[in-house]
Write a protein that binds this ligand. Structure first.
Ligand code: PMM
Length: 320
């Protein structure tokens, strides 16, 4: 089986001997008709694969394949329909050697996708929508992202933004820890757990910004944290005029840079090229040097910067 993105990151990190590993960029492939930003664009197999290839060309580390929209008002699709949308796409992309994640709340979809090579399950319900989800991931030894979404009715981004007497960050932390307990009790190992604050899921704009502000407190829980802000309404709302989801790309990119600088494990985004630049900037910012990037000389080892290569060769003249 292809190694999981979490393992791949740990191995790269060990190889490169650095503590501040590059935040992963997870490219979104929505094989849906009604996702808020790209609904209908990639709903056929061919369109989904072509889009996934575009994201890979832009540098995506992980591809997140989803067959069911959670936008406000969206209806859940049937299990058969979700499997029919997702599994062939997973099969093809995994066979090509890409790291494939599946965005699903159904254990049956996760199981079918894992059988075809998916190495990561992204469950926006945090494993609560389907009582078999944890067992499927535990048995397959596949990492799962547990996202915060407090609702009694999963589907259509339901759930009202509640009040949070102790603050949204404390509430989200507590809920995520409860999810972790459930996952561990079902046999999922700690190393296979990723957490996500669930931006936009039964949260208002202030909640979302408070969670981004409090990201270090979520990262402090000790699990890799995935941030999914891309093109969401609260992100598009930073301007003085109404914006389409796509017009929120610049603001999304800023959030990716700041999330990565704060220590997020990955960002889940529609526009991979720009967000990859953003996480590279964050890495270089935190390290005080760049581990990636183009050089006209083009002769430094992969993963090393001009400066790293120069100091290794004790060659002081540089071309930076
Ligand atoms: N957001 C959406 C879908 N899946 N998964 C995770 N882990 N985190 C998110 O914030 C998240 C998600 C909704 O966005 P989309 O319709 O553009 O995919």
């Amino acid at each position: 089986m292809t190694e999981s993105p979490v393992q791949a990151q740990a191995e790269q990190q060990a190889e490169m001997g650095i503590e501040n590993q590059l935040c992963k960029v997870m490219g979104i492939v929505n094989v849906t008709e009604d996702s808020f930003s790209d609904g209908g664009l990639y709903k056929t197999f061919d369109a989904a694969i072509a889009h996934a290839h575009e994201l890979v060309d832009q540098g995506a580390h992980i591809l997140d394949i989803g067959g069911e929209s959670t936008r406000p008002g969206a209806h859940r699709v049937s299990e058969d329909e979700e499997i029919a949308r997702v599994v062939p796409v997973v099969r093809e992309l995994a066979a090509e050697g890409h790291l494939v994640s599946v965005d699903t709340m159904r254990a049956s979809v996760a199981q079918a996708a894992i059988a075809e090579g998916a190495v990561f399950i992204n469950d926006v319900s945090g494993g609560l929508a389907d009582p078999n989800m944890y067992t499927v991931c535990a048995d397959a030894d596949v990492p799962i992202c547990l996202m915060h979404w407090k609702t009694d009715r999963f589907g259509s981004a339901s759930g009202r933004a509640e009040t949070h007497p102790d603050g949204i960050v404390a509430d989200v932390r507590e809920h995520l820890l409860q999810l972790v307990d459930g996952a561990l009790a079902a046999g999922i190992v700690e190393e296979n757990i990723v957490l996500d604050p669930g931006l936009g899921f039964a949260k208002n704009a202030d909640d979302n910004w408070a969670l981004l502000h409090g990201l270090p407190e979520l990262i402090d829980l000790g699990f890799p944290v995935l941030v999914g802000a891309s093109r969401k309404r609260f992100v598009a709302a930073v301007g003085d005029e109404a914006r389409t989801p796509k017009q929120a790309d610049a603001a999304t990119t800023a959030i990716s840079a700041l999330s990565a600088a704060a220590g997020a494990w990955a960002v889940r985004v529609h526009n991979v090229a720009d967000n990859l630049d953003a996480v590279r900037v964050a890495q270089a910012w935190n390290l005080g040097r760049s581990l990636t990037g183009y050089t006209a000389a083009g002769d430094y080892p992969e993963g090393g910067s001009n400066r790293a290569a120069q100091s290794a060769e004790s060659a002081p003249e540089g071309n930076e």
